[in-house]
Write a protein that binds this ligand. Structure first.
Ligand code: KG4
Ligand code: ZN
Length: 340
């Protein structure tokens, strides 16, 4: 049988990415990060779409070259339809639509958050590679979303809990901003938090019912602790940076893990995965591994490079959609809010 060679394109936020997969195995995964947003303390949508326009052709070309294929080898092209920034999504979707039309091959649309989950199914040659078994629970944590998803199959996923306000990544980034750290602050909180005391500061209580989350109160609480600290000592942040980061990280991760345990108990499902940018967090990964040892769960953590936004996760989603015949036509449009 001829191999299914898929080009995936991701442009939902501030990373332009293209990946090539052959029968589910990675041939290339190219990610161009946009540095332009750093000085603004967050993603500026207009600048993001302009940067995507500049990046998209070189990134796709590099992905094809690195994969060692030619464009005529492609079986299908898939892209992120949403959710995300509309201007950014438009660049990736317009490019994918034109390319598929020009090549006369199937076009496939992918939900970005489902893509994060599907990153677990990127195939690897090594024999000890473990894939989550259906049904499993996935905590999907990124800069824009925080969801607990019940994954019954590649096509059947239900959100059973989500944040009522800020996403977990947003909580990391906004806390980092309060500490004067550049955007995105999540990885820096992780870095400094590794050497700090996680019990030094406490920030509010998480009181949201069911399997939902709320992070805006914690952000306010962090702000108050810091303002009070600065009142007594103008050098408070500098002197306590690592402990503040460790405590912030502990607070956010503890909430996430407790809700995962609750979901697992309520549903009687012991297969647990994490996905999305925040799943790169070393303390979250450490706590998840403890669930395996202490609570007898089967846990799945994506490879570091497939946690934050990347096109490989879009391409693997497209691969399984192509197999099941789930393709779209040229009338497809990007959607900044896209549910599943
Ligand atoms: O999935 P992603 O790359 O983009 C979105 O779909 O939003 O997630 C980005 C988010 C940002 O909020 C970033 O700060 C956070 O993931 N993040 C981290 C870490 N690496 C990325 N948060 C905590 N610790 C990390 N190591
Ligand atoms: Zn994402």
């Amino acid at each position: 049988m001829t191999k299914k060679i898929i080009l995936g394109i991701e442009s939902s936020c501030d990373d332009t990415s293209a990946a090539i997969l052959s029968d589910g195995y990675i041939l290339s995964n190219v990610v161009a990060n946009q540095k332009v947003h750093q000085e603004y303390g967050g993603v500026v949508p207009e600048l993001a779409s302009r940067a995507h326009q500049q990046n998209i052709i070189p990134v796709v070309n590099t992905a094809i070259k690195k994969a060692g294929i030619i464009k005529e080898d492609l079986s299908a092209i898939c892209f992120t339809q949403g959710p995300g920034l509309l201007g950014s999504l438009l660049v990736g979707s317009s490019f994918a639509k034109s390319f598929a039309l020009g090549m006369n091959i199937p076009l496939i649309s992918v939900n970005h958050m489902q893509g994060h989950i599907m990153a677990h199914f990127i195939k690897e040659e090594k024999t000890d590679k473990r894939y989550p078994k259906f049904p499993f629970i996935c905590l999907t944590v990124s800069g824009g979303h925080t969801q607990i998803v019940l994954v019954k199959s590649f096509e059947d996923m239900n959100i059973i809990g989500e944040t009522l306000d800020d996403a977990a990544g947003e909580a990391f980034d906004k806390s980092a901003k309060i500490l004067g750290l550049p955007y995105p602050g999540g990885p820096l909180i992780d870095k400094y938090g590794k050497i700090g005391d996680k019990y030094k500061f406490t920030f509010g209580k998480h009181k949201v019912g069911q399997l939902n989350f709320s992070f805006s109160g914690i952000k306010t609480s962090i702000k108050r602790v810091i303002e009070k600290g600065i009142e007594g000592n103008p050098n408070f942040i500098n002197e306590n940076r690592d402990d503040l980061c460790a405590s912030i990280q502990y607070t956010i991760v503890d909430i996430l893990i407790k809700k995962l345990i609750k979901a697992s108990k309520e549903l009687g499902i012991n297969e647990i995965a994490i996905a999305g940018g925040v799943s790169a967090n070393s303390y979250l990964r450490e706590r998840l591994l403890k669930l395996k040892d202490k609570h007898n769960k089967e846990v799945y953590i994506p490879k570091f490079e497939y946690c934050t936004d990347n096109a490989a996760m879009i391409a693997i989603s497209g691969y399984y959609k192509l197999i099941s015949g789930d393709i779209v036509d040229q009338s497809v449009t990007p959607m900044s809010r896209l549910y599943f």
